[in-house]
Design a protein. Sequence first.
Length: 361
Amino acid sequence: MTSTDFVVARNDLEQCKLIETAIPDAAALPADALLVKVERFAFTANNITYAVMGDELKYWQIFPAPQGFGNIPVWGFGEVIASKHPNIPAGERLFGYFPMATHLVIEATNVSKRGLRDGASHRQGVAPVYNAYARVTGDPAYAGRQGDYQALLRPLFMLSFLVDDFLVENDDFGARTVLLSSASSKTAFGLAHLLHTRGRKVIGLTSGGNTGFVTSLGCYDEVVTYDRVTSLPSNAPVAFVDMAGNSALRAELHRHFGDQMKCSVRVGLTHRATDADEGALPGAKPRWFFAPDHIRKRAKDWGPGGIEQRLGTAWSGFAPLLERSLSVVEGRGPEAVRRVYLDTLTGRIPPEQGHMLSLLG
């Protein structure tokens, strides 16, 4: 039996192709293994960050690919079509991290009523959250359009939630105004909602073409285009959360705000315009926010289920905004996947769209 996989060249992300990989059929599955058909998955700019950071953050090792290529991890849904685990029947629906492929073999471990983990050895060097699968058969929160929202935004909202919690923990570093670059991105949208909810002034930095959409979201107090960032008042403390990863923009902001730049956190790479050596900048030193580290800290602070409970409460306040802010676009088959991948890579996807894809025809 074979799976069709969509892979990209690790040193040139514009090069992509389909490959066939051999997988065991139902009869040849090892003990406790599951053969899962990848039904549908979300693809956003966040997946491009996974690819850009694939080596540094070990994303490439999660789903192995031929030498020089990588399979970008995606969040989505799969159906168990064959099972050698006594407590997981065929037909079970799973939500979690999948390859851009038609099938995946999971070595099921830590099985409970709510979920399971993939115990494959090559997946054990990454954050545990990436190896967990929720059992969502019959769960209305993961069905239909609500399920699409979960795939498109729940993992990104988790990042928004963690960055907001990091800022809360540090009293926003004394700032009451927070700047978000790539303000139209879904992670920025979620973070802006959380910041706005707790009374911070939120300024969205975006391109001219996305100004209308960013303004329509209703969670930015001010929207400023990139060519006007130096028009912002620089006499009060600010925090900067960088979703864009644009070295020139970051330098311009640091020089404009100087010592009033109290926090500079790097989260995303939507612009893919980061210099290897940026040199020293005025104000707070830019630093990467690594979500798995913060998850580990809060898991210890809050105890079992603490993160999930707080995230669930935050999500329930955010989810109602999605129907009026996001249109879900579906695509099936290899050509649709290739087109959306390249359009996302080159920034051609309108911000109000969320794409749900499948390599299955």
